[in-house]
Design a protein around this ligand. Structure first.
Ligand code: PLP
Length: 454
C-alpha cells in the first residue's frame, strides 16, 4: 500500500450532523438539580441564561442533530480538519505502532473551540440575543467566541482567568481584535468577583470563579445570555464533528484505531473525538479503548469524587452529577490553563463511572517533553493542553513495544501553542515545576465545597 501521511476530506464529505451519545448510553446520566429546590431543572430554569435551541440540545436524546446551513458555511472555512499519520514521530520512537493525530489547531481560534463557538453564537443570534458573556481560561475559548460573535453581530464580554490574562497577553489582544471586551477575573464588576478579592486580593482566579462572574452579568439582562466552552452536553455534541470526520478518514486510510486519546479539561475535545468511536463500540462490535489524560494538579477523573456539585465557584449553576474536586478547588498555576477546571462533564462522568472511558493523570514536565519531541518531529508546536494527549499517545506506543505488539493509536491535537511561547521559555529555562494534588488537598477541598442536600 502507498504511504499515507495526511488524510483529507473534501467539503462535500464533511458530516452534516452532530452525534448525541445520550441516545446510546446504557445508563442515562442523572438529571441536573435546582440548587434551591433539589428538583430536576427544567428548560424554563435554564432559559434565563441560554437560548432555547441550546437547552433543547442539552436534554435531547435524539441520536443525530442536523448542523444548520449558516454553521456549515463557517465550518467550511476550516473543516474538514486533516488527519495525519505521524511517520516522523514513529520513526524517532522506533515504534512498531501507528500513530495518527487529528489536528484541530488549523482554524482562526487555533483550537477545537471554534466548533462550538460558531453554533452557539448562531443560535443566540437567531433568538434575538444582543450580548453574550463568557469565561476563558487560557484564552482559546474567548478567541473562538470573539470571532463567532462578531460574525453574527453579537457583543461579547469575556472574563479571563487572571493567571492566564497575565501569562498570555497575546490572547487578550486577539480577542480585542475580534471586537470583544476582556476583563481579568476575579474582577470588581460582580458580587462573585468582589467576594473572592476580599478574601484574597492576589487570587490567580479559576474557571469556576470566571463562570460565576459571567453568569451573574447574564442573569441581570434579558438580552444578554451566557455561553460555556466545555463541560455541557450541547458543547460536547458540537465537538463530535471531530470524531465523525475521523471515522470517515480512517475508512479512507483502510485502518481503525485501537485506542483514542484526548487531553481533558471539562471534556469537550476528548468527547468530541471519542464519542463517535464509542458509538461504534456500543452498536457495532468495535473495541476501541478511550483514554482521557488530565493534569496531576487537577485530577478530577482519577482522584475526584462522583457526586452532585456546582459547575462554578459561587454556586449559581445547577447541581451537576459529575466527577469533581469540589467547586472551591483552585488548581496550581500549570501552563495548560484550559485543563484547570474542577469538574468533568456529566456525560463523560457517567461513562467513566460505567467503565466505558479510561483516565490517567500526568505531570506537566513529562507532557512538555512529549510536546518538544512532537514539535521536532511533526513540526507543529502544540498547545500545552494538547501535550497531555501527546504524552498519553507516547505511553501507548511504548507499552505496545514492550509487549511486542503493534497498535493503531489516534490522539486529538486540540490546538497549537503559538500563544504559549512563554510557557515553553520556562520549560527551556528549567523553571517549569511539577505539581501533584494530594489526596489530603482534595479531601479538604471537597469538605470546603459542600452543596445543599435535600
Ligand atoms: C480548552 C482547551 C482544552 C480543554 O478543554 P476540553 O473541554 O477538555 O477540551 C484542551 N485543549 C485546548 C487547545 C483547549 O483550548
Amino acid at each position: 500500500m502507498e504511504k499515507i501521511t495526511k488524510i483529507l476530506l473534501t467539503e462535500n464529505e464533511m458530516p452534516r450532523k452532530w452525534y448525541n451519545i445520550m441516545a446510546d448510553m446504557p445508563n442515562k446520566p442523572l438529571p441536573p438539580l435546582h440548587p434551591a429546590t433539589g428538583k430536576p431543572v427544567g428548560p424554563d430554569d435554564l432559559s434565563v441564561i441560554f437560548p432555547m435551541e441550546l437547552i433543547k440540545q442539552e436534554v435531547s436524546t435524539e441520536r443525530y442533530i442536523e448542523i444548520p446551513d449558516e454553521v456549515l458555511d463557517l465550518y467550511r472555512t476550516f473543516r474538514p480538519s486533516p488527519l495525519f499519520r505521524a511517520h516522523n514521530l514513529e520513526k524517532a520512537l522506533g515504534t512498531k505502532s501507528k500513530i495518527y493525530y487529528k489536528y484541530e489547531g488549523g482554524n482562526y481560534s487555533g483550537s477545537h473551540k471554534a466548533n462550538t463557538a460558531i453554533p452557539q453564537a448562531y443560535y443566540n443570534k437567531m433568538e434575538g440575543v444582543r450580548r453574550i458573556t463568557t469565561e476563558t481560561g487560557a484564552g482559546q475559548w474567548g478567541s473562538a467566541m470573539s470571532y463567532a460573535c462578531n460574525h453574527f453581530g453579537l457583543e461579547l464580554l469575556v472574563f479571563m482567568v487572571r493567571v492566564s490574562y497575565e501569562q498570555k497577553p497575546g490572547r487578550k489582544l486577539m480577542m480585542n481584535a475580534y471586537n470583544a471586551r476582556v476583563v481579568p477575573s476575579p474582577s470588581t464588576m460582580t458580587v462573585a468577583g468582589r467576594k473572592v478579592l476580599e478574601l484574597d486580593p492576589e487570587s490567580p482566579g479559576s474557571l469556576g470563579i470566571a463562570i460565576s462572574e459571567a453568569m451573574e452579568i447574564a442573569a441581570q439582562d434579558p438580552y444578554t445570555k451566557y455561553s460555556l466552552g466545555s463541560v455541557l452536553n450541547h458543547v460536547i455534541l458540537h465537538q463530535t464533528i471531530i470524531g465523525e470526520e475521523a471515522l470517515i478518514q480512517f475508512n479512507k486510510a483502510g485502518d481503525y484505531p485501537d485506542v483514542v486519546i484526548g487531553c481533558f479539561g471539562g471534556g469537550s475535545n476528548f468527547s468530541g473525538i471519542s464519542f463517535p468511536f464509542l458509538r461504534e463500540n456500543l452498536t457495532n462490535g468495535r473495541q476501541t479503548r478511550l483514554v482521557a489524560v488530565e493534569p496531576a494538579s487537577c485530577p478530577k477523573l482519577t482522584m475526584g469524587k462522583f457526586t452532585y456539585d456546582f459547575g462554578d465557584q459561587s454556586g449559581m449553576t445547577p447541581l451537576l452529577p459529575m466527577y469533581t474536586l469540589g467547586h472551591n478547588f483552585i488548581p496550581d498555576k500549570i501552563h495548560a490553563g484550559g485543563l484547570r477546571y474542577h469538574g468533568a462533564g456529566v456525560l463523560v462522568s457517567q461513562l467513566r463511572k460505567d467503565g466505558f472511558v479510561e483516565a490517567k493523570a500526568k505531570m506537566q514536565r513529562e507532557c512538555f517533553e512529549g510536546a518538544m519531541l512532537f514539535a521536532r518531529t511533526e513540526g507543529i508546536l502544540p498547545a500545552p493542553e494538547s501535550s497531555y494527549a501527546i504524552a498519553g499517545a507516547l505511553d501507548e506506543a511504548r507499552r505496545a513495544d514492550l509487549e511486542g505488539v503493534s497498535k493503531t493509536i489516534l490522539f486529538n491535537l486540540s490546538g497549537h501553542g503559538h500563544f504559549d511561547i512563554t510557557a515553553y521559555e520556562k520549560y527551556f529555562e528549567d523553571y517549569l515545576p511539577d505539581h501533584e494534588a494530594t489526596p489530603e488537598e482534595i479531601e479538604l477541598s471537597l469538605a470546603n465545597s459542600a452543596v445543599p442536600t435535600f
